[in-house]
Design a protein around this ligand. Sequence first.
Ligand code: HEC
Ligand code: HEC
Ligand code: HEC
Ligand code: HEC
Ligand code: HEC
Ligand code: HEC
Ligand code: HEC
Ligand code: HEC
Ligand code: HEC
Ligand code: HEC
Length: 309
Amino acid sequence: MDSFVQNRGRAALTAFAVAWLALGGLALAGQADKAAGTGYAGEKTCLTCHEAQTKGYHGGVHGRMFNPKTPIATNGCESCHGAGKAHADAGGDKTKIASFKTMKPSEQSAACTSCHNRGAHALWTGSQHMQRNVSCTSCHSIHDAKGEKQLKAKSETELCATCHRAQTNKQLRFNHMPVREGKLQCGSCHNVHGSANVKLLAKGVTVNESCTSCHTEKRGPMLWEHPPVAENCTTCHDAHGTNNDRMLVAKLPFLCQRCHVTSRHPPTIYEGFTEKNSTNANKIFGRSCMSCHQMVHGSNAPSGKAFLR
Ligand code: HEC
Ligand code: HEC
Ligand code: HEC
Ligand code: HEC
Ligand code: HEC
Ligand code: HEC
Ligand code: HEC
Ligand code: HEC
Ligand code: HEC
Ligand code: HEC
């Protein structure tokens, strides 16, 4: 593996000297497919023995881009597998070429981050996935992709489901974020390639900033803030889905009564019907607390202290 890493380093240095191409957030650290005596054999040579590897690859994005006819200069197969002249000269000595079957996860990813290290990919190093030995090739395949974006599964949700059953299953609940319907994807909220925010959130340092990046009307600041709303939307909503209306984590009025216990008003379901307190029963019918406290996310009305308007 050492020779692989060294060769990659050398390729990167040469590229630095020649040109540092930035293309849509992509740094290309490769060189023309000209086998310039640096231990590279060139794609044509590889293909004399590995014709089978063109299946899936030549139709895919890399096969199309890593082509002498495109303006992008690369080392073809060897952009990812490292210089392979020694391997080819030895008639295919397995120990002289970088195989993804035997690389460590960090090495697998290094083969990709030599190019994909900008924009949305800039924060890969140290990200939750990287730290838990998930590599680029845990999710992407180069020669045998099943979905768009070289994904190993047919869809993004299917891919995430292989490791995050609990979150993806919430899509089957009665109320869920419209991922199943295709209006959103897991990636609408998360950047799986790394993020400076909690929970790999793509936007917003906090959960609330993430939610209000789309639900802007809930952003505040409000004249009358409801403290749990200002603190964390997920106190009342599950970001992935629940079996209650509006993805609420509990049914009304119980949701409110988790905090607003039986002091003056409101009542609990039991107190609602005592002789002394019977008028309070309306507090739990129909839309329950929401019949009156419609502005539960906060109010900007001068008299909106109780979120009635
Ligand atoms: C002379 C024929 C030949 C040439 C040329 C050749 N290979 Fe190989 N390659 C082989 C053989 C044979 C194996 C061993 C296959 C095995 O044992 O399963 C192999 C193995 C590999 C493996 C590891 C496969 C595994 O299962 O671990 C990779 C990756 C690879 N070659 C890539 C390349 C690349 C990239 C090039 C061009 C630089 C190249 N080869 C050129 C014959 C060749
Ligand atoms: C963009 C990076 C990339 C390029 C370019 C590429 N490969 Fe691969 N190759 C991979 C990855 C990743 C795997 C692991 C299996 C997969 O993801 O499909 C792999 C798997 C292989 C294997 C099976 C052994 C192994 O390492 O698991 C062989 C053999 C191979 N590639 C040969 C080639 C040849 C020949 C070319 C050029 C025609 C080529 N590759 C181009 C990334 C690449
Ligand atoms: C030599 C540079 C280079 C290397 C190394 C490289 N790529 Fe790429 N990759 C590209 C280019 C160029 C494109 C096409 C432009 C773009 O989408 O940014 C691309 C596109 C992609 C795409 C987008 C596919 C699509 O359909 O839009 C994925 C996913 C990807 N690469 C994954 C990988 C993975 C995984 C590896 C490592 C196994 C890897 N790449 C290694 C240069 C590289
Ligand atoms: C946990 C799964 C996962 C891992 C790990 C992962 N990716 Fe991705 N990648 C995705 C998904 C899903 C998409 C498509 C949605 C998106 O663009 O976020 C994607 C998209 C991409 C794209 C296309 C981006 C675009 O805007 O078209 C590239 C390039 C890419 N990944 C490269 C990489 C590289 C390089 C690594 C390793 C450093 C990596 N990925 C690791 C899941 C993953
Ligand atoms: C190969 C397995 C694998 C796949 C596929 C995968 N993940 Fe992960 N993911 C992990 C592991 C392991 C962790 C770390 C879990 C932990 O620290 O508890 C993680 C963590 C996360 C986290 C939480 C970060 C945190 O701070 O707790 C999010 C969000 C996440 N993944 C989203 C996704 C999404 C979205 C997809 C699909 C595009 C995906 N993952 C695909 C394995 C995977
Ligand atoms: C509407 C935005 C949104 C969408 C869409 C979304 N998530 Fe999340 N996800 C979040 C938020 C916010 C958190 C952190 C708060 C929490 O833990 O409930 C989170 C947390 C996670 C975690 C960390 C574990 C946890 O529960 O804290 C994983 C794993 C995860 N999401 C995976 C996924 C997967 C897989 C999908 C696609 C099926 C997905 N997410 C879709 C917003 C979203
Ligand atoms: C990427 C944009 C986006 C983000 C981020 C986002 N949402 Fe949504 N949200 C939507 C869309 C789209 C809908 C569906 C609206 C529709 O179908 O009319 C929705 C619907 C909802 C609904 C209503 C469900 C129903 O039954 O009508 C709630 C509640 C909700 N989101 C809460 C949240 C919370 C809490 C967060 C943060 C964890 C969040 N959203 C983050 C886009 C987003
Ligand atoms: C104190 C509990 C609570 C908190 C915290 C909370 N919500 Fe809600 N939210 C509700 C209730 C209850 C409803 C149902 C309203 C109805 O049925 O009229 C709701 C409905 C929604 C809806 C759908 C209907 C509408 O008003 O658009 C969205 C979107 C929403 N909330 C987003 C958010 C966001 C974003 C946050 C964080 C800034 C948040 N919520 C925090 C209780 C809460
Ligand atoms: C996580 C705890 C929590 C939940 C759940 C919660 N609240 Fe609150 N609520 C508070 C806190 C804390 C205050 C501020 C109390 C204060 O200032 O004395 C507050 C204030 C209020 C006020 C204004 C009180 C005043 O002093 O005028 C109303 C009305 C209210 N909440 C209604 C609701 C309704 C309706 C629900 C259910 C949709 C709900 N709350 C859910 C914690 C919560
Ligand atoms: C029929 C309308 C109505 C319903 C239903 C209702 N409320 Fe109220 N609520 C009010 C009014 C009116 C006030 C008093 C506002 C004031 O004093 O300015 C109030 C005040 C409050 C206050 C602040 C006063 C205090 O008790 O300290 C809280 C908290 C509250 N309601 C929570 C709830 C909860 C939780 C529910 C559901 C179980 C609920 N309300 C159902 C009308 C209603």
